[in-house]
Design a binder for this molecule. Structure first.
Ligand SMILES: [Zn+2]
Length: 277
């Protein structure tokens, strides 16, 4: 547990901050039961058909898989869509949204998560950058167009949990070929990106940021840590929320809160805004 002193110090910065950047990663969604598939044993246990064929998560989350083992590739994403649909954004998401609406002059969320939980929980559309895309959007597998589109249907395709194979795939409305998730996958040169989100994020970065709140980052994907380090060098305070004691090795902030995201946001909300929150 974080000492009350650190919670109080962080809460004071939150209460006084005007421009705030949230940098969220896998640990933000772990409290909503969204798996990361970094635990290989857990992954093999969940998906015996993938173990038989020695298909690791990184193999399936790739354009290669959509071309060569399409039924498995789509089943993997269909499984994740259904899992995200069966769970829901936890209290921490709603606290972030309330702070953005009521407490700060300007705020922005830069997330590496693809579960779409920030937008699903009600974060403003023009204040979120999903840097690795979202499982709730699709694009053409053959990139006949740079267009992408929303599709929040659950189920989206048919699938068997026994074989982890899918069928009845979504189609590109333009060329009628197969659609794929609008997600930056491994070895992916065909992800079309999200120009509006990118423009909004760059615009937010154009003025000084008082405070960055880094949440649930992992050493395997340190995208958000490097943004935090860059901001630190420009005078931005950084709060790091992460139950993993080794997760402060890149940003090395004194405001390290070794807690899970939901518990940390509840504690910070109470300390910063108390009963008024
Ligand atoms: Zn197409």
């Amino acid at each position: 547990m974080a000492t009350p002193d650190i919670i109080n110090e962080a809460a004071k910065l939150i209460a006084e901050a005007r421009r705030v950047l949230f940098l969220t990663s896998a640990g933000m969604s772990a409290d909503s039961n969204i798996p990361t598939f970094r635990d290989k044993d857990g992954y093999w246990r969940n998906f015996p058909p993938f173990k038989e064929k020695n298909l690791e998560a990184q193999d399936l989350a790739s354009p290669w898989a959509f071309r060569n083992v399409l039924p498995h590739a789509w089943a993997f994403y269909e499984w994740r869509r259904r899992n995200a649909h069966e769970n829901e954004p936890h209290a921490g998401y709603h606290i972030v949204n309330r702070w953005i609406a009521d407490r700060f002059d300007e705020a922005f969320i830069h997330t590496t998560n693809t579960d779409g939980y920030h937008l699903l929980s009600g974060a403003p559309l023009d204040q979120v950058m999903e840097v690795h895309g979202s499982m709730w959007r699709l694009q053409c597998l053959d990139t006949c167009t740079y267009d992408f589109w929303d599709d929040v249907s659950v189920p989206l395709c048919e699938m068997s949990y026994d074989t982890m194979k899918a069928w009845d795939y979504p189609k590109c409305p333009r060329c009628k070929s197969i659609a794929r998730p609008h997600i930056l996958m491994f070895g992916d040169g065909e992800y079309v990106g999200h120009p509006d989100q990118e423009r909004n994020f760059q615009s937010f970065l154009g003025e000084p940021i008082d405070l960055a709140i880094l949440v649930g980052s992992s050493g395997a994907v340190p995208t958000n840590d490097y943004i935090a380090v860059h901001l630190q060098s420009q005078g931005t305070d950084v709060i790091n929320i992460n139950p993993d004691p080794t997760s402060n090795s890149i940003v090395r902030t004194d405001l390290f809160i070794p807690m899970t995201s939901k518990a940390a946001f509840v504690a910070l909300d109470e300390a910063a805004f108390g009963k008024l929150a």
